[in-house]
Ligand binder design. Structure first.
Ligand SMILES: [Zn+2]
Length: 138
């Protein structure tokens, strides 16, 4: 999820209020990054009960931007959060989310689903990552 919050942040960080002093500007950017990351964390841990995450994020950060760029910020946030929501929905459909936490797709030797957390951007945990490679090779 990290790449989605970074992508949003990168697209809007230069739009923060240019009429404040440099230290305040740095602080504003930090608040914006924090808000983006918190939104993504909440989306990842509670995807089914987080209504309108793009609106929530925009409400959190709009005060750091001058009114003239707020439409642009809103658009970027909507696109960026939309992409993250789509990703989360795909994960839910493929069964990777269980109780909000991604699980390894492998089956253990006892025939039970592996309960370990997959590697970032992967379907499998460290002990099952060879399965991913064979899937790609196939
Ligand atoms: Zn595993």
């Amino acid at each position: 999820m990290y790449q989605y919050s970074r992508a949003i942040y990168r697209s809007i960080k230069d739009l923060v209020d240019p009429y404040v002093d440099p230290e305040t500007r740095i602080e504003y950017r930090r608040q914006v990054l924090d808000a983006c990351e918190q939104t993504m964390e909440r989306l990842a841990s509670d995807p089914l009960y987080f209504a309108k995450p793009e609106r929530a994020l925009f409400q959190d950060i709009r005060r750091y931007f001058p009114i003239t760029v707020q439409a642009q910020v809103a658009w970027t946030v909507t696109k960026g959060v939309g992409a993250a929501v789509e990703f989360v929905e795909e994960q839910i459909e493929s069964g990777a989310f269980e109780g909000g936490v991604a699980r390894c797709h492998a089956t253990t030797r006892k025939g039970k689903p592996c309960q370990r957390t997959p590697l970032p951007e992967r379907d499998y945990c460290p002990s099952h990552q060879h399965l991913e490679r064979s899937k790609i090779a196939a």
